[in-house]
Ligand binder design. Structure first.
Ligand SMILES: [Zn+2]
Length: 377
């Protein structure tokens, strides 16, 4: 169990003990910052809970559960920007039935903060007084936005950012990075294993980072003339290039999935339903990856400014971009206060992106605010 999940030893031990001692609760809420593989954890746990083998990971039943076609394992994902009443009703109707194959029926609900109030009310009774043999695994990156009535009825499982050492070790072992590169990437991932994996698996990641940093240097060199405007455009171009690659990749994955479904289902209605689910999921996945790419771009810029601040403070031994110490030493020409103001701008943009404000507008606003800081310095 949890062979594919890095770190989170406390959560792993807690569930292992609950299984061993048969003290599993009816509802858990997995909470913590984005990028800690919480949903992957919930899915893997769910496979263990529904499989008669106890989650060996290799038998046909585990395989079915992994692929999302096990009759006792359900994943309730939002449709559009909500998890609606109409989605929850079948869940509740389903709870009256005995599990098909497994001893237990499991519901995984990622992004539970999107649960509509009315849907939550319906679900609450089931969480409060669930029939035996049902387990809810709710997941959120934003605990403060989950309905308090939901939080109070679940056992909270907190996920914590991983240490740089653990992430660097993973990058060395699983992605073949060498010492300095692994360390730099681990620091830039700020404890998020998903982010580290994403940065490491991105074949053009190193070029992209170089591209962003080159424009960041030009942007921060000051001036509001043609050169600065070029740098802003070029920075946005790097992002838009990546987002175009994301669109192509998501479409290719969807085509593959649809072809597999066509082979799998002879029944037209089944096929249509699963195909629609796959398309919806691809749409959400693309939006999510586009947002994450924009966040990564802003985070790279933020990490650079943060390091300039560190150098300006005279503490260059704690750099995140530890493979670019020389460039940073040359570039850090302003005061720590100046860089601190830029960091506040970056933090504000990060929040805008979090709230799904248009990526291009958010970046343009960031550059405009950088210019205001430069003019007032
Ligand atoms: Zn198995």
């Amino acid at each position: 169990m949890f062979g594919s999940i890095l770190g989170q030893e406390r959560a792993k031990e807690m569930f292992a003990r609950a299984l061993r001692e048969q003290t599993l609760s009816h509802a858990y809420l997995l909470s913590g910052p984005e990028g800690l593989a919480k949903t992957a954890f919930a899915r893997e746990l769910a496979v263990t809970l529904v499989s008669a083998c106890g989650g060996c990971g290799v038998c046909p039943e585990c395989e079915r559960a992994r692929r999302g076609i096990h009759p006792d394992l359900h994943v309730l994902e939002r449709e559009g920007d909500l998890i609606r009443v109409a989605q929850v009703e079948p869940v509740i109707a389903d709870l009256r039935l005995k599990p098909f194959a497994a001893g237990r029926r499991v519901w995984v609900i990622p992004e539970v903060e999107y649960l509509h109030q009315a849907a939550a009310n319906k679900l609450l009774r089931s969480i409060e007084e669930p029939p035996d043999l049902v387990c809810f695994l709710l997941v959120t990156d934003r605990l403060e936005r989950v309905l308090p009535t939901i939080v109070s009825r679940c056992q909270l499982v907190e996920f914590r950012p991983l240490s740089d050492e653990v992430v660097a070790g993973y990058l060395r072992e699983s992605h073949g990075f060498d010492g300095v590169a692994a360390e730099a990437l681990a620091r830039l991932a700020t404890g998020s294993v998903e982010r580290a994996a994403r940065l490491a698996a991105d074949a053009r990641g190193a070029d992209r980072r170089a591209g962003y940093l080159k424009q960041a240097v030009a942007l921060l060199a000051g001036g509001s003339g043609e050169r600065a405007a070029d740098a802003r455009r070029a920075f946005i171009n790097v992002l838009e290039q990546q987002q175009a690659e994301i669109a192509t990749r998501v479409q290719a994955d969807l085509d593959e999935r649809l072809a597999a479904l066509t082979r799998q289902f002879q029944d037209k209605r089944d096929l249509t339903w699963y195909a629609k689910q796959a398309e919806e999921r691809a749409k959400r996945e693309q939006a999510r990856l586009r947002r994450i790419a924009a966040q990564d771009a802003v985070d790279l810029l933020g990490a650079w400014v943060r390091d300039l601040w560190v150098v300006a403070c005279g503490a260059s031994d704690v750099l995140w971009n530890c493979d670019r110490a020389g460039d940073l030493a040359v570039a850090a020409v302003a005061t720590p206060e100046y860089y601190a103001r830029l960091l506040a701008v970056v933090a504000r943009t990060r929040k805008d992106l979090y709230l799904s404000i248009d990526h291009r507008l958010a970046l343009q606003a960031l550059f405009a605010r950088f210019e205001e800081v430069a003019e007032s310095a």
